[in-house]
Design a binder for this molecule. Structure first.
Ligand code: NAP
Length: 307
């Protein structure tokens, strides 16, 4: 694939940014990749492994002359970073982000965008429970959706260019309105994470009673929860603080369903349980047919990539 941007600047050098670096290099999408991270430790690691062509000590230096700037920091940090770099963005540049929530990012960042800069928020629906500059890998976005969330009046050419860039990173792309994005993600990602955190928390409480048997005999279901619940606490704190309404709405529905299943168990209503589990099984089939997961037992994890 041909080069799409001359100079790409990544602000924040964690899992998503480092995966973008590897995937950009794999496809030759950028003439030059530069980066900035808040801590000296992260900048040192990024320099040691040659993650970017150049790592800067300030965000403002990193964004100068960049054609594409991507904010790869937790959702709660987007506004302060955007405010800091805004006066240094090149006219005609595109500013994007990879935040897991879109409405609050759009509202917080938009007021700081100077005229002549295209702000096009985005969210790659790909990740792992690992963080930091060493956790990235080129295949992270392959065949996974990246949702672009163009704001009102976005330049269609700039949107097309960013879309081509994400496709070059291996992703499938879709555009969405920010509120719709947040509702969809509340169902598919945010609430499931909260449930995983809760289940692992319950098991942790029980650990005292069962004397580590929870760990020793952890079965596939629980192990999947623990993997999800090992995700970065700052990132996920910010997701719930910023996607409050949609996650509360989905949690409300979840609780109603849980009570219905609880009642079915108490009343020995096997038909209800069987019908419910039949319906949910077909959702899993739909995901596999859409090419968004593998049908292998244990998600093909034994031989799989690090997801
Ligand atoms: P990560 O590996 O934890 O990296 C986060 C980066 O942001 C680090 O370089 C960190 O700097 C920097 N940072 C943290 N707090 C900051 C602050 N207050 N000001 C400036 N920089 C700050 O995180 P990630 O998984 O790449 O996530 C980055 C973004 O992608 C988040 O918005 C997240 O919602 C989104 N996202 C994540 C996933 C996922 O599964 N992980 C998937 C899709 C989208 P230091 O290293 O110097 O502390």
């Amino acid at each position: 694939m041909a080069q799409i941007y001359d100079r790409v600047a990544l602000i924040g050098l964690g899992l998503i940014a480092s995966s973008m670096c590897h995937a950009m290099r794999r496809a030759g999408l950028a003439g030059e990749i530069v980066g900035y991270a808040r801590s000296v430790e992260t900048r040192d690691v990024a320099r040691e492994i040659g993650l970017c062509d150049e790592v800067f000590d300030t965000a403002t230096d990193a964004v100068k002359d960049a054609d594409l700037v991507v904010l790869c920091v937790p959702v709660g940090a987007m506004e302060s970073v955007a405010k800091e770099i805004a006066p240094f963005l090149k006219p005609g540049a595109t500013l994007s982000d990879v935040g897991s929530v879109k409405r609050t990012v759009v509202d917080a960042v938009s007021p700081h965008i100077p005229d002549g800069v295209h702000f096009i928020p985005a969210h790659p629906l790909a990740g792992t429970e690992h963080s930091g500059p060493l956790s990235g890998f080129a295949e992270l976005f392959d065949n996974r959706y990246t949702i672009l969330v163009p704001v009102e009046g976005s330049d269609p050419h700039a949107v097309d260019r960013l879309t081509t860039f994400w496709r070059g990173l291996g992703a499938l792309t879709e555009t969405m309105d920010p509120d719709h994005h947040d509702l969809v993600l509340a169902v598919t990602s945010h609430t499931p994470h909260l449930i995983a955190y809760t289940m692992v928390g319950v098991a942790d409480d029980l650990r005292r009673v069962t004397d580590s048997e929870v760990i020793k005999y952890s079965a596939a279901g629980f192990r999947d929860f623990t993997r999800i619940a090992a995700s970065d606490p700052v990132m996920w704190r910010d997701v719930f603080l910023n996607n409050k309404e949609a996650t509360l709405e989905i949690l409300g529905r979840f609780t109603e369903e849980l009570f219905a299943l609880q009642r079915a168990i108490r009343q020995g209503d096997g038909d209800h349980l069987h019908d419910y589990f039949t319906r949910t099984r077909s959702i899993r089939r739909g995901i596999i047919e859409a090419g968004q997961d593998t049908d292998a037992p244990d998600f093909g994890r034994s031989k799989a990539r690090k997801e």
